[in-house]
Design a protein around this ligand. Structure first.
Ligand code: SF4
Ligand code: SF4
Length: 76
């Protein structure tokens, strides 16, 4: 499954998705949330667990996946 994970500016880096994700897609790096798209198994649980609904996980075609892979989201 090829996916695109997007995190909106409403993310407050609470860390819940970091704890929840079974494949360690998310990491907190300083004041930022780092997203490693390649490890996602498309369970979509992070969309539910995020208290501010900041996460969107969508299926993608290969071309778009290459463009969006390894996204680093700044929340400050
Ligand atoms: S995406 Fe949601 S659950 Fe993850 S750190 Fe940001 S606010 Fe918390
Ligand atoms: S959909 Fe599942 S595997 Fe993918 S980032 Fe969210 S919690 Fe992790």
């Amino acid at each position: 499954m090829k996916v695109l994970i997007e995190v909106s500016g409403s993310c407050n880096v609470c860390g819940l998705c970091v704890e929840y994700c079974p494949t360690r897609v998310f990491r907190v790096v300083g004041t930022r949330l780092s997203v490693n798209q390649g490890e996602c198994i498309y369970c979509k649980g992070c969309e539910v667990i995020c208290p501010v609904k900041a996460i969107s996980v969508r299926a993608l075609n290969d071309d778009l996946l290459i463009l969006k892979r390894k996204t680093l989201i700044s929340v400050k």
